[in-house]
Design a protein around this ligand. Structure first.
Ligand code: 3PG
Length: 393
C-alpha cells in the first residue's frame, strides 16, 4: 500500500474514509479518541495542499435516514479537534455533497453525511461507489477499525481512485505487523473476555503464531471445565468442551504453551461488595462463580511477560468492571506497561473492552500501541484478510 507521502495532493480533493463511530450519550461524544486519532491525517492533507473530504459511518441505520445517527452532531467536536472549519454536507452523494466540496476554501474540511444512510454502502454497490468517487481525486483510507467491512466507502472506492493509507491506518498496520506479522520472539498473547464462542477462530489462529497463549476471563472457565475441573456456577460454555480440547491439541502440535489460571477469585454473587475468596482451581464450590484470576496466576503471567519480547492483548482477565475482580487485569496490564517503559517489551492491545481495561489500569499510554479498532482488531487476530486493507494493494 501507498502512504499519504507517496501521493501528490496539491489542489486535490482527498476523499478520506475515517471512523467517527464514537460513543455518545444524550447527544454528546463521551470518548473523543477516534476523532483525535484522525487529526494527523487531516492536517497532513491540508499541509500538503489537499482538500480533505471526510466520509464515515455512524452506528447502524440499516440503509435508512435516521436523524439520531446523523454525523452532523460530530461536526462540532471534529472542528474542535482539528482546529479548522468543518463544513457539513447533508448527504454523502449528489447535489448536497457536491455543493459543499466545490465550495471548500483552502484549509477547510468537508464532512459528508453518514454513508450508511444509503443501503448501497453496505452492499458495496459499484454505482454508489462511483457517486462517492465523483467528489474526490484521491482516495485515502484512514479507517482501520472499519476495514473488516467490504463496503463502498471502505473497499469499493479503492478500485476507482488512486488510493493510499492515512496516517492512522499506516500506524495500525505497522504496529500489528510488529505484533503478529513479523514479531520479535518470544511472543505472548493474552486473550480474555466472557465467551469462547466469540473467539474460536482467534484462539485457533493464535496458537499457531505465538509461543505462549494466556487465556483468562470467563472463557478460561470453558477450558478448565474441558480438563475436568468443576467450575461451579461460573459462566461456562460446556457444549464447547470438545472445541476447547481441540484448540489445546492444536497448541501442543504448534509448540504453543497455553496458560490457564491455577488459582481464582470466586464469589456467590457478581456485585459490588460481594464476599469473595481466593481458591485453587480444584477447590471452587458448586455454588460459587469464578470472577478473576488469583494472585498465583497473576504472578505466573508476570513471569511469562518477563521472558517475552512481544505481547498482543485482547480482552480482560476477569470481571474487571467491578472491584476486586479487576485485580488480575490491572496487575498484568501494569506489569506489561512497566516492561514496555524499560524497552524490554513491545506491547500491542486492541478490541472493545481491552482499551477500557487498560485505561482503568491507567496504563494505556504506556503500551507500545493501542489499536482504535474493535471488530477489525479481532478479525486481524483471527488471521483474516481485511477487505479495506487488501483493496489498498
Ligand atoms: C467499530 O465501531 O468497530 C467500527 O466503526 C465498525 O462498526 P460496525 O461494527 O457497525 O461495522
Amino acid at each position: 500500500w501507498k502512504s499519504l507521502d507517496d501521493m501528490d495532493l496539491a489542489g486535490k480533493r482527498v476523499l478520506t474514509r475515517v471512523d467517527l463511530n464514537v460513543p455518545m450519550e444524550d447527544g454528546r461524544v463521551t470518548d473523543t479518541t477516534r476523532i483525535d486519532r484522525i487529526v494527523p491525517t487531516v492536517k497532513s492533507i491540508i499541509n500538503r495542499g489537499g482538500r480533505p473530504v471526510l466520509l464515515a459511518h455512524f452506528d447502524r441505520p440499516k440503509g435508512k435516514v435516521v436523524p439520531e445517527m446523523s454525523l452532523r452532531q460530530i461536526a462540532g467536536p471534529l472542528q474542535d479537534a482539528i482546529g479548522r472549519k468543518v463544513v457539513f454536507a447533508a448527504d454523502c452523494v449528489g447535489h448536497a455533497a457536491k455543493e459543499v466540496v466545490d465550495g471548500l476554501e483552502e484549509g477547510e474540511v468537508a464532512l459528508l453525511e453518514n454513508t450508511r444512510f444509503h443501503p448501497e454502502e453496505e452492499a458495496n454497490d459499484r454505482h454508489f461507489a462511483e457517486r462517492l468517487a465523483a467528489n474526490g481525486d484521491v482516495y485515502c483510507n484512514d479507517a482501520f477499525s472499519a476495514a473488516h467491512r467490504a463496503h463502498a466507502s471502505t473497499e469499493g472506492l479503492a478500485h476507482l481512485l488512486p488510493s493510499c493509507a492515512g496516517r492512522l491506518m499506516a500506524e495500525e498496520l505497522e504496529a500489528l505487523d510488529a505484533a503478529l506479522g513479523n514479531p520479535v520472539r518470544p511472543v505472548v498473547a493474552i486473550v480474555g473476555g466472557a465467551k469462547v464462542s466469540t473467539k474460536l477462530d482467534l484462539l485457533a489462529n493464535l496458537v499457531t503464531k505465538v509461543d505462549t497463549l494466556v487465556i483468562g476471563g470467563g472463557m478460561a472457565n470453558t477450558f478448565l471445565a474441558s480438563q475436568g475441573y468443576d467450575v461451579g456456577k461460573s459462566l461456562c460454555e460446556h457444549d464447547l468442551s470438545g472445541t476447547a480440547r481441540e484448540i489445546g491439541e492444536k497448541a501442543v502440535a504448534a509448540g504453543c504453551t497455553i496458560l490457564l489460571p491455577r488459582d481464582v477469585v470466586v464469589a456467590r454473587e457478581f456485585k459490588a461488595g460481594a464476599e469473595s475468596r481466593t481458591v485453587k482451581v480444584e477447590d471452587v464450590a458448586t455454588d460459587e462463580m469464578i470472577l478473576d484470576a488469583g494472585p498465583d496466576s497473576t504472578a505466573h503471567i508476570a513471569q511469562v511477560l518477563d521472558e517475552a519480547k512481544t505481547l498482543v492483548w485482547n480482552g480482560p482477565l476477569g470481571a474487571f468492571e467491578i472491584a476486586p475482580f479487576d485485580r488480575a487485569t490491572v496487575e498484568a496490564a501494569r506489569h506489561a506497561a512497566e516492561l514496555t517503559r524499560t524497552g524490554q517489551l513491545t506491547s500491542v492491545a486492541g478490541g472493545g473492552d481491552t482499551v477500557s481495561a487498560l485505561n482503568m489500569a491507567g496504563v494505556a499510554r504506556d503500551f507500545t500501541y493501542v489499536s482504535s479498532a474493535g471488530g477489525a482488531f479481532l478479525e486481524w487476530m483471527e488471521g483474516k484478510d481485511l477487505p479495506g486493507v487488501a483493496a489498498l494493494g
